[in-house]
Design a protein around this ligand. Structure first.
Ligand SMILES: N[C@@H](CCC(=O)N[C@@H](CS)C(=O)NCC(=O)O)C(=O)O
Length: 219
């Protein structure tokens, strides 16, 4: 039975998993979560009560969390590109950068976007200001870290780049990356040119109207 991916094309965490699938041309069936009452969403709720996505189903196994999905693909469906280095010390560097993108780029970015979706009287300006401050700190740290690197950990495209691609994409829409962070901006451009991510971005184009802060007319 084919792998099933429960996802939405516009979701950043889903794009993280899609980049890994596309990098190695792994075949899978699309279970698109098109609305809270869709049949796919009902099946997802039965598989994973948190109802967070992406979720991968492989026969009777359910794998949640984008990072774990990518680790799972590497173990059970390996392709020509290994997204987690075989060397454990290099693998640690990859996981470290992956954690950075999840926790310090995506988390504050989502906080700002989800705040915009709240009713006006339930908004949290203090939390949004903190999230913006964290993104500024992240951009500054990443700019220093990326000096002389092509991809997140050096010259090898990895799990960490699968995370960086959608998270920097949406972070720049949400809280623009200042021109002084030239290394981060150049890295974001390289990610956009990577065919696996370019495909995910193209597939998500029809949904840009969903972006609550207004999608910019670029990328
Ligand atoms: N920790 C999860 C986060 C997944 C996540 O937050 N996905 C978002 C879409 S980008 C989601 O499920 N949103 C639906 C919701 O919050 O109810 C992962 O790494 O996969």
């Amino acid at each position: 039975m084919a792998l099933q991916l429960y996802f939405h094309p516009f979701s950043s965490y889903c794009q993280k998993a899609l980049v890994a699938l596309y990098e190695n041309d792994v075949p899978f069936e699309r279970q698109i979560l098109d609305g809270p009452d869709s049949p796919a969403m009902q099946r997802l709720a039965a598989l994973w009560p948190m109802k967070r996505f992406p979720v991968l189903v492989d026969g009777d196994r359910t794998i949640m969390e984008a990072t774990c999905i990518i680790e799972y693909l590497g173990l059970y469906y390996p392709g020509p590109l290994s997204l987690i280095p075989a060397d454990p010390k290099e693998a640690l560097e990859t996981r470290l950068m992956d954690r950075f993108f999840d926790n310090y780029v995506s988390t504050p970015q989502q906080r700002i976007v989800f705040d915009a979706l709240r009713p006006e009287d339930a908004r949290d300006p203090y939390g949004v200001a903190q999230a913006r401050e964290m993104l500024d700190t992240s951009y500054a740290w990443l700019d220093r870290t990326m000096a002389g690197r092509t991809w997140a950990t050096g010259e090898q495209f990895s799990l960490a780049d699968c995370a960086a691609a959608p998270f920097l994409f949406y972070a720049d829409w949400t809280h623009p990356i200042d021109a002084r962070y030239a290394n981060v901006l150049a890295y974001r451009r390289r990610l956009l040119q990577r065919p696996s991510f370019a495909r995910a971005v193209d597939e998500a184009r029809p949904y840009r109207g969903f972006f609550p802060l207004g999608a910019p007319d670029r990328d």
